[in-house]
Design a protein around this ligand. Structure first.
Ligand SMILES: [Zn+2]
Length: 236
């Protein structure tokens, strides 16, 4: 197994605490990978990085390609090289795909990136809405999110699954359609056919933002697990 590295900027747990601005420009994030996800300063949309191209998916349904000077408080990216792949030739719901992925990785104890390309019967996504200071914790901010269901759509799901000991990373997946016109943070899906690729990572390059917001955040609330489920949806 080759030593694939994942670059992570910031912590999911800092987002939960309402640290929605960070000092790092997108250009820095793109130096470290070609597949990934995250968000933008002010929680202004869901980020997906696919084949080296970054898209911003906003709560009004619009998608654009953000400039390299746009800043982000949280992103996680890797140079995706599939260590295993499988084809999906019958309809599968989200839980079945997760089970399939679990058969493709050597252990639950590693971090891995996953990419699913295919035809989906449905994909349900949420997209965070841009926040203005003073920021509320994410559990409250996601009350503004829009939830959309796309039906009969071809596209790509990409993201990360993190081991239990790395919950502050907050593994999850984002979706974008083939036309790059619809997408968001995935809550649920049902795929008709496609391919699944996983990339097992054994190196994590964690960059913590050097700014006051991150420095002063409470990153160890008693109910971290509950907050993750409430804001990101089920993680398994
Ligand atoms: Zn997300």
């Amino acid at each position: 197994m080759t030593a694939t590295r994942v670059f992570q900027l910031g912590l999911m747990s800092a987002l939960l605490a309402g640290v929605y601005d960070g000092p790092t420009p997108l250009r820095e994030v793109l130096r470290h990978g070609d597949l990934g996800l995250g968000t933008f300063n002010g929680l202004d949309g869901e980020m997906i990085l696919i084949d080296g191209v970054c898209f911003r998916m906003r709560s009004d349904g619009s998608i654009d390609r953000p400039g390299l000077d746009e800043r982000t408080p949280f992103a996680i990216v890797t140079r995706f090289a599939a260590s295993a792949s499988a084809s999906i030739d019958r309809p599968m719901d989200r839980a079945e795909v997760i089970s399939l992925v679990q058969t493709m990785v050597p252990s639950e104890n590693y971090l891995y990136a996953v990419r699913v390309d295919g035809s989906f019967e449905s994909v349900t996504t949420r997209t965070v809405q841009r926040q203005t200071p003073p920021y509320r914790p994410m559990r409250e901010a996601v009350g503004d999110q829009s939830v959309l269901e796309f039906r009969s759509v071809a596209g790509t799901i990409a993201g990360f699954r993190t081991p239990l000991y790395e919950r502050s990373t907050g593994g999850h997946v984002h979706f974008i359609d083939d036309e790059r016109s619809r997408g968001g943070h995935v809550l649920d899906f049902r795929i008709l056919s496609g391919t699944v690729e996983v990339c097992v990572a054994t190196e994590l390059d964690l960059r913590l933002p050097l700014d006051d917001g991150f420095r002063d955040a409470d990153l160890e609330p008693q109910d971290l697990g509950e907050q993750l489920t409430a804001t990101e949806g089920p993680t398994s």
